[in-house]
Design a protein around this ligand. Sequence first.
Ligand SMILES: Cc1cc2nc3c(=O)[nH]c(=O)nc-3n(C[C@H](O)[C@H](O)[C@H](O)COP(=O)(O)OP(=O)(O)OC[C@H]3O[C@@H](n4cnc5c(N)ncnc54)[C@H](O)[C@@H]3O)c2cc1C
Length: 475
Amino acid sequence: MTFVDGLRSDLGEAGVLTGADAAPYLTGQRGLFTGEALAVVRPASVKETVLVVRACASAGVFIVPQGGNTGMSGGAVPATGADRDSHGLQPQSIVLSMSRMNRIVSVDPDRWTITVEAGATIEAVQQAAAGAGRLFAPDWGARGTATVGGAIATNAGGNNVLRYGTLRDNVLGLEVVLADGQVWDGLRALRKDSSGYDLKQLFVGAEGTLGVVTQAVLRLRPATPHAQSALAAVSGLDSLMPLLELAEARCGGDVTAFELVPDVGLERACKKFSLARPLEARAEFYVLVRLSSTEPVSDRLGAFLDEASDSGWVTDAAVAVTDEHEERLWAIRDELPAMRLWDLHEHGVKLDTAVPIDRFGPYHDEVRRIAAELAPDAFTYGFGHVGDGNVHMYVLPTSDDQVAPFLAVRDELRERIDEATFAFGGTLSAEHGIGQLLRDRIRQQKPAVEWDLMQAVKNALDPQGIMNPHKTLPP
Ligand SMILES: Cc1cc2nc3c(=O)[nH]c(=O)nc-3n(C[C@H](O)[C@H](O)[C@H](O)COP(=O)(O)OP(=O)(O)OC[C@H]3O[C@@H](n4cnc5c(N)ncnc54)[C@H](O)[C@@H]3O)c2cc1C
């Protein structure tokens, strides 16, 4: 019996996909990475996950965990045969899809927690929490497909990090199937626990290289029935940080999101997705601010905008006055990723960088300067989580005939921008993980001793090296 037949006899037909059924699981977002796998294996329980991990460990088959496959860095996509050869990695891989393990196990409003299986989508968790009068705060455009396991494994961020933190700040406990098939039950619901190393945090951001997350206890927050957003035209990037400071000072802890929206993205998203333009005034950049609270927020939002306007930081603003307006502003925000708007996005340089927030303006200028120097016909496009210093920037060719000249300088462009990011004290991966995309570029970001420590953790938890190899750690 082959390895795959063995898995099929244990998990049944629904548990093992091959051929055309497996193909959608083998290519990642943006089409940047496509890999090969013996099969896509879909356990329906922890017991089945253990069985699969043990079978892989004894056959020396690599395991590539996968949630919704919305990750941006190729972490959930197996290597190709050529990649494996070039890195001296001979064994085959399986994709371990957690899509069948998607139960909401329990909602516990009195504890302010929710316990879910790893394959539950972010949206399903948000809805279950809302049904119990609570808020599960992490949120981003891929909410309907991205899973809790993938979000934990990438330490995902999104639009609400400013107030509620990343996944790291929203996980209280985990259950993990380790590389040798042991199950670590760390499903605790404690806000405070100083009893030694915080092992759950090792698996947050590990991109499936240390074990398979099967269940999580997540933190819930008070529901915020009063939420209101405004799209404000800003007088320049220099105005952003004084504006954020003003918002925090006047609106206390109610500032939930502070997102950069470029005019070129706003215009394109409205046209492409038939959304009404929310304000007529034009500026190069806008900021989308949301306040949310248990109490009405409109007076504070209005007062903040008036003061921002008096200070000259804001030149015009559209305030959402109905639920429909509010939804439309956020629908526009969800459509801003380059892959939604620009046909040539896959040729571009994509950045998920973050810098200390006070340095964002000069950093943005520096990226533009480098792009103008090396690829004068290219177009620099940045949007997103400016309140966290994390704007997703792209340098993109503008037309089909620009693709070849752009590709000729793309590596140098990346290298120069990476160097600038390090010089500004930034990171190449603010929230999308390292995966395959950044693995060869990230080394300079941390001292050698830090990579050595990470490698020591990897060796301790996965001595055979079967968990998602060829990802995250620099070669
Ligand atoms: C339109 C769009 C907008 C996005 N916006 C944001 C954003 O604002 N902020 C943000 O942070 N991300 C964003 N993302 C990226 C993506 O949604 C997140 O990285 C998300 O967390 C990935 O979840 P997933 O379930 O799709 O994981 P996958 O893509 O399937 O996997 C991601 C990584 O996690 C590992 N993994 C998956 N499941 C498990 C598991 N159970 N155990 C161990 N390892 C596992 C995989 O091996 C891989 O390394 C966006 C993506 C899209 C398409």
